[in-house]
Design a protein around this ligand. Structure first.
Ligand SMILES: Cc1cc2nc3c(=O)[nH]c(=O)nc-3n(C[C@H](O)[C@H](O)[C@H](O)COP(=O)(O)OP(=O)(O)OC[C@H]3O[C@@H](n4cnc5c(N)ncnc54)[C@H](O)[C@@H]3O)c2cc1C
Length: 320
């Protein structure tokens, strides 16, 4: 028996959520007194480093071609069968969401998605998922022998790495025609990490007053290596592209750090960003609702605060 993590990569490289998924699977496996293994697809980073997060063995498929949810799901399930796994852990990233359902069907297991905490019990498996745009929680008890747990990216965190190397075993990707979906074209946003995958996001709202002022936001984002986002009115007015609109009717994100500048914090905006690990709010109005959801708040004029923050980040990075 084992628990297997599907450890996702971005252009072949591990990301923070990769290690979070590995560590979560290792925790579940420990609680179940069994082994934690992992499967990686098209990884160029060394898979043995997943041993640092409690993984003993990694099944590595390097010939999977372009992303196809059936190829990915079937390869994950092949590795699960190889390791005699009765549980799969997947991160609820954009790619993870695309494959979780197909994987559950191929694995014949019960899928619980949007998981925000470690299981409160593993026998029976009881996990808490977030609901209603993180306004409520639901505790699920898994009745099936097999489970697929899809965790909220950056929702649980990554423990301190240890110093262990996992055994790496090459496997073949399970390619073949997808029954109903074919990826025709992949058109990637260039220059910045897509918002659903971003660890750091600098976002701005109507408080910026004019699209010509966005250089402030871009400068801070560049200094941090962050992606940029915006509130709905900002994209509705054409100040920024719709691909940057976050919230209930936009993209839901869960970065490690979300910096909201000149955004009031309307409930529809919060619906898409409140799963962020840390929220920093910069607003000139001390009564702005966003401060209630913030971990850190700066009451001040964005036009004064943001350039100082950018300079401070640049200085810090220069001295690292
Ligand atoms: C069905 C529905 C769905 C919606 N979906 C979304 C959604 O997905 N995403 C979304 O964002 N909104 C959504 N909205 C709109 C939402 O209700 C708010 O109207 C919107 O989020 C407000 O955008 P804002 O904060 O940029 O602007 P405002 O509400 O105008 O707030 C601007 C903020 O900037 C601050 N400010 C002004 N000047 C400065 C300065 N110099 N320095 C610092 N701060 C300053 C102000 O104090 C204020 O708090 C939706 C609304 C509806 C009805």
């Amino acid at each position: 028996m084992s628990v297997i993590a599907y450890v996702e990569t971005w252009e072949g490289k591990f990301k923070k959520t990769s290690f979070e998924t590995a560590a979560y699977a290792a925790h579940v496996a420990r609680e179940m007194a069994t082994d934690a293994v992992a499967v990686v697809i098209n990884a160029t980073d060394d898979p043995s480093q997943l041993g640092n997060y409690g993984i003993s063995k990694v099944y590595s498929a390097s010939d999977a071609g372009d992303f196809n949810n059936y190829t990915w799901a079937n390869t994950i399930v092949a590795a699960a069968k190889e390791s005699d796994a009765n549980g799969i852990v997947i991160s609820g990233t954009f790619g993870g969401k695309m494959i979780a359902g197909v994987t559950a069907v191929a694995f014949d297991g019960a899928l619980v998605s949007n998981i925000s905490e470690k299981p409160s019990s593993v026998s029976p498996m009881v996990v808490r998922r977030s609901a209603f745009s993180s306004k409520g929680f639901v505790d699920y008890e898994v009745k099936s022998d097999r489970f697929i747990l899809s965790i909220i990216p950056n929702g649980i965190g990554v423990p301190q790495p240890e110093s262990n190397a996992a055994e790496v075993v090459s496997i073949d990707a399970v390619t073949g025609d997808s029954p109903s979906v074919e990826v025709k074209e992949v058109d990637r946003v260039k220059g910045q990490i897509p918002l659903p995958e971003a660890e750091l996001v600098v976002s701005a709202g109507r408080g910026l007053k004019d699209p010509g002022n966005w250089n402030l936001i871009e400068d801070l984002a560049d200094a941090l290596g962050a992606s940029t986002a915006c509130s709905k009115p900002v994209s509705d007015m054409g100040w920024r592209p719709h691909s940057e609109h976050v919230g209930q009717t936009g993209i839901a994100i869960n970065p490690n750090l979300y910096i909201a500048i000149g955004i009031s914090g309307a409930i529809q905006h919060l619906a898409g960003v409140s799963a962020s690990n840390k929220i920093v709010v910069i607003n000139s109005d001390p009564e702005a609702p966003f401060f209630k959801a913030a971990d850190y708040g700066i009451v001040g004029d964005a036009f004064e605060v943001v350039p100082k923050l950018t300079e401070a980040v640049k200085t810090l990075k220069a001295n690292q």
